[in-house]
Design a protein around this ligand. Structure first.
Ligand code: FE
Length: 342
């Protein structure tokens, strides 16, 4: 059984007394998760069935969970923290949330790029930040790369969300890694100059902007597009059909990917169970479910993907280590500020 709690605001509202502090002799892990997919529960159940280890779940947003673990201090029952985006995982690391672990299973199952160099956190699913174009107004052969987005010919063409969004910060962090700060700043300036409108809304709104003709091009994570394609709402599916997807930088370093990931909490009361849980997330069984919950790509090769993702075929992924996206995050934020990317 999954004991389930949702972190309510204000943070002072405690749940530890009810679900988590009851540590009898039973094997358990206390999982703090900022992912909210129903499919994740399937994974926890499968893990418990295989190992006999119960999963006690506390859900909240990433920053809440970090604050909570810090406030709980050495008394924190947290064993594993799970969230999305390398930038957020890195922030948790900077706050001292994670401990480095060694696991042969993870070393063998996960690609290098998906493992923090000291084993502090790991990527278990991948999301591609891609370019979308209007099928009627735009010839996709005109653009190949993220770098092209800054080109003068795309003046007044691009929809992309605000710079306070972590996905854009991680994308710019990858450009800093490949080109250095100066070129990355020139790129960001070029994109600002090419915006069709001031940044507004989330990733889905950028895709809708392409569908409605406000912009020819948009940047967004792939799964927002998949959601529109699968929507029960006719208008959503209609909008998605007007939009094409393009995986940038296929002839070079590959498309920028970000992750859903997790790490073992420093001072975890059940560290061995926590490691077993992470190892389970890398299993074939969990990989298929973990990625499918949000229409993401599994990190382990050969796992069955969602049919829509499967239809796109394979694409080259930028294999920069996920920790780099965090390390370059502060510089990315400063660059966005300097170029006036709202
Ligand atoms: Fe998202």
């Amino acid at each position: 059984m999954i004991k389930h709690a949702r972190l309510a605001l204000p943070l002072a509202v405690a749940m530890a007394g009810s679900a988590m502090a009851t540590s009898a002799a039973a094997e358990e892990i206390n999982l703090y998760s900022a992912r909210h997919y129903d499919s994740d529960e399937q994974i926890y159940k499968a893990f418990t069935e295989e190992t006999g280890i119960e999963v006690n779940l506390l859900e909240g947003d990433s920053d809440q969970l970090i604050e909570r673990i810090k406030r709980e201090g050495v008394a924190s029952p947290a064993d594993v923290m799970m969230t999305v985006d390398a930038g957020r995982l890195w922030r948790a690391e900077q706050e001292g949330i994670f401990q480095g672990i060694e696991s042969e299973v993870l070393a063998e199952r996960l690609p290098d790029a998906m493992r923090h160099p000291e084993g502090k956190w790991f990527g278990f699913s991948q999301r591609a930040r891609v370019i979308f174009y209007n099928r009627d107004n735009f010839d996709p052969s005109e653009i190949d790369t993220y770098e092209d987005l800054a080109s003068l010919e795309f003046d007044d063409s691009i929809c992309i969300r605000s710079s306070n969004n972590i996905y854009n910060q991680s994308l710019l962090a990858s450009l800093i890694e490949h080109h250095g700060e100066e070129e990355a700043e020139a790129w960001a300036q070029g994109v600002v100059n090419n915006m069709a409108r001031d940044p507004e809304g989330g990733d889905t709104d950028q895709i809708r902007g392409v569908a409605s003709g406000v912009c020819d091009l948009a940047v967004a994570n792939h799964y927002y597009y998949v959601r529109l394609l699968k929507s029960e709402d006719n208008a959503d599916r209609e909008a998605a059909r007007k939009v094409g997807i393009l995986f940038p930088n296929q002839d070079g370093r590959g498309t920028h990917v970000n992750v859903g990931g997790a790490g073992v909490v420093d001072g975890a009361p059940n560290p061995e169970n926590a490691v077993r849980f992470l190892e389970f997330l890398a299993s074939d069984e969990a990989q298929e479910i973990f990625a499918s919950g949000n229409n993401e790509f599994p990190v382990v090769e050969g796992i069955k993907k969602d049919p829509i993702l499967e239809s796109w075929g394979n694409f080259n992924k930028d294999d920069v280590n996920i920790s780099v996206l965090g390390e370059n995050n502060p510089e990315a934020v400063r660059i966005f500020d300097r170029v006036g990317w709202r």
